[in-house]
Design a protein around this ligand. Structure first.
Ligand code: HEM
Length: 228
């Protein structure tokens, strides 16, 4: 007896789950990068912001759990969509043709794992301090509070670390651009009249977020932002 397909077993179902979980993860990334722009306002602004977030207690842990679950769901659904599309096309075309697809769309499957690896590196860099610790160690201020401002500045003074962030930001921009574009299509924003504006919005948004992320290591490497 044939069983009725569930919503998730269909390719559309998986894509909706992928879009919803991606929305939550990118919501965090966008707010996080914009929050970090306070580096330009100076040590007090960034450190007070970090202390405020650290002091959120149960709210902070709720967000962390929601985020971890969303990352997991996003990775599982994206892997399943990829495997499903490979299974539907077992023979590789002799000549690969890219129809109705963009450079950003083709980098999604490479970009996803790269961003995932970056997050592990990033947590070991700025949260636990295990990854190439900076010359002054994991800096605390006189009250024993983490000096997030100096940690970030010392962190980006290492050109290799800065390059890793800059390259990842390019992948984040591409992932965000294509993700936004696809998500808007999934929720029905697909009309000849508006498609141009959908693209313009996705490009500008992705450029803004990636540009904001890149501006931080560049500001430190260029000597504009210095430790206090
Ligand atoms: C230039 C860009 C970025 C900077 C300067 C930055 C900076 C930081 C810093 C300083 C922390 C530790 C905060 C603290 O201990 O109080 C942190 C935590 C974190 N960052 Fe970033 N970050 C950047 C980009 C990203 C990106 C692109 C992602 C994800 C794709 C990300 C994900 C996280 C996560 C998950 C945490 C842990 C949050 C928690 O403790 O709950 N960050 N970041």
């Amino acid at each position: 007896m044939e069983t009725k397909p569930t919503f998730y077993s269909t390719s559309v179902g998986k894509k909706v789950v992928m879009a919803a979980s991606g929305f939550i993860v990118f919501g965090f990334v966008v707010v996080h990068i914009l929050g970090n722009l306070q580096l330009f306002l100076g040590a007090d602004a960034l450190n007070q912001y970090a202390a405020f977030l650290q002091g959120l207690g149960p709210v902070k842990w709720t967000v962390r759990v929601l985020l971890a679950l969303s990352v997991l769901v996003h990775m599982v659904s994206a892997t399943q969509v990829t495997l499903q599309s490979w299974a539907a096309r077992p023979e590789k075309y002799a000549v690969q043709r890219f129809q109705e697809t963009t450079y950003a769309a083709r980098t999604m499957r490479v970009g996803g794992p790269i961003i995932g690896l970056f997050v592990i590196y990033h947590l070991m860099h700025f949260t636990t301090g295990h990854c190439h610790p900076v010359k002054d160690g994991f800096v605390e201020n006189s009250e024993g509070m983490l000096n997030v401002y100096n940690n970030v500045v010392f962190g980006f003074q290492d050109p290799l670390a800065s390059v890793v962030y800059i390259v990842t930001m390019i992948f984040i921009g591409l992932h965000l651009y294509h993700g936004l574009w696809s998500m808007m299509q999934s929720v029905g924003l697909n009309h000849k009249k508006y498609n141009h504006w959908r693209k313009v919005f996705a490009v500008l948004f992705a450029l803004f977020v990636a540009g904001a992320g890149i501006s931080l290591p560049v500001a430190v490497l260029s000597g504009w932002v210095v430790p206090v």
